[in-house]
Design a protein around this ligand. Structure first.
Ligand code: NAP
Length: 251
């Protein structure tokens, strides 16, 4: 099954970076886009305005994916916008660079709540709406992982890398649960992508500094990840499920 182009796609963290690029490209494909954001309302409204300026349809909805109540409210708002056809579990956080021996339980729990539990709960709500078993018309779930899941992010943020390892396993397991219910579940592991996430980890230039270690010797762009996302949403990927695609310049 493939996401229907006149259906709604929910993009968590759709206000900036990869989520923003995916929102613009999904709208160009005909999706009605729910741009979910955590705090930056102005950035989310800017994405909505850009989509509307090209005759697309979009709404901005505040949702901290670390909060189940916010997630339920997000899906309620999406229900009022139209039938759900796709979910992009994109919202994710890193933390300041730190070794495991210095991590607090509070930091680790927040990382897992946002990156892992948030993705599970959003997927739960999406499956309830899209599964043919529940009377839905099928759809696609795209989970944003990271090459960190394979590399481990030693001396940087092992908790983040481990959260993305959980996302990879989640992608495989959920895809198999719903494979005969019209839903494809896929993952993308971005490499070093030029977004503001690196500044939130304390080093705005991190991606560029590490780009010498990338076989292609450059960082990637949010658009290059969004291109993979919209392909995975499309009919062209109709036999692709349970797969996790590295989009990382070879890293
Ligand atoms: P980004 O530029 O930092 O943008 C993060 C987005 O997520 C923003 O829209 C932000 O909303 C939202 N967000 C942050 N915390 C949230 C929360 N608690 N609940 C809901 N939304 C939240 O990030 P990005 O680089 O585009 O990353 C997107 C995804 O790709 C993440 O899952 C990340 O782990 C993954 N990834 C990124 C890279 C990379 O190099 N950039 C590499 C591998 C994987 P506000 O605008 O409201 O703050």
């Amino acid at each position: 099954m493939t996401a229907r182009n006149d259906s709604v796609v929910i993009i968590t963290g759709g206000s900036r970076g990869i989520g923003r690029a995916a929102a613009l490209k999904a709208a160009a494909q005909g999706f009605k886009v729910v741009v979910a954001y955590a705090t930056n309302e102005a950035a989310a409204n800017d994405v909505v305005s850009q989509i509307e300026a090209t005759n697309g349809k979009a709404i901005a909805v505040k949702c901290d994916v670390g909060s189940e109540a916010d997630i339920l409210a997000l899906f309620k708002a999406a229900d009022a916008f139209g039938p759900l056809g796709a979910l992009i579990n994109n919202a994710g956080i890193v933390g300041p660079t730190i070794r495991v021996e210095d991590m607090t339980a509070e930091r680790i729990n927040r990382m897992m709540a946002v990156n892992v539990t948030g993705s599970f709960l959003c997927a739960r709500e999406a499956v309830k709406r899209m599964s043919t078993k529940h009377g839905g018309k099928g759809g696609v779930i795209v989970n944003l992982s990271s090459v960190a899941a394979k590399l481990g992010s030693a001396n940087t943020y092992v908790d983040y890398a481990a959260s993305k390892g959980a996302i990879d396993t989640f992608t495989v397991g959920l895809s198999q649960e719903v494979a005969t219910e019209g839903i494809r579940v896929v993952g993308i592991r971005p490499g070093l992508i030029d977004t503001e996430i690196h500044a939130s980890g304390g080093e705005p230039d991190r991606a560029h500094r590490l780009s010498v270690h990338v076989p292609m010797k450059r960082v990637g762009t949010a658009d290059e990840i969004a291109n993979a996302i919209v392909w995975l949403l499309s009919d062209d990927a109709s036999y692709v499920t349970s797969s996790i695609l590295d989009v990382s310049g070879g890293r």
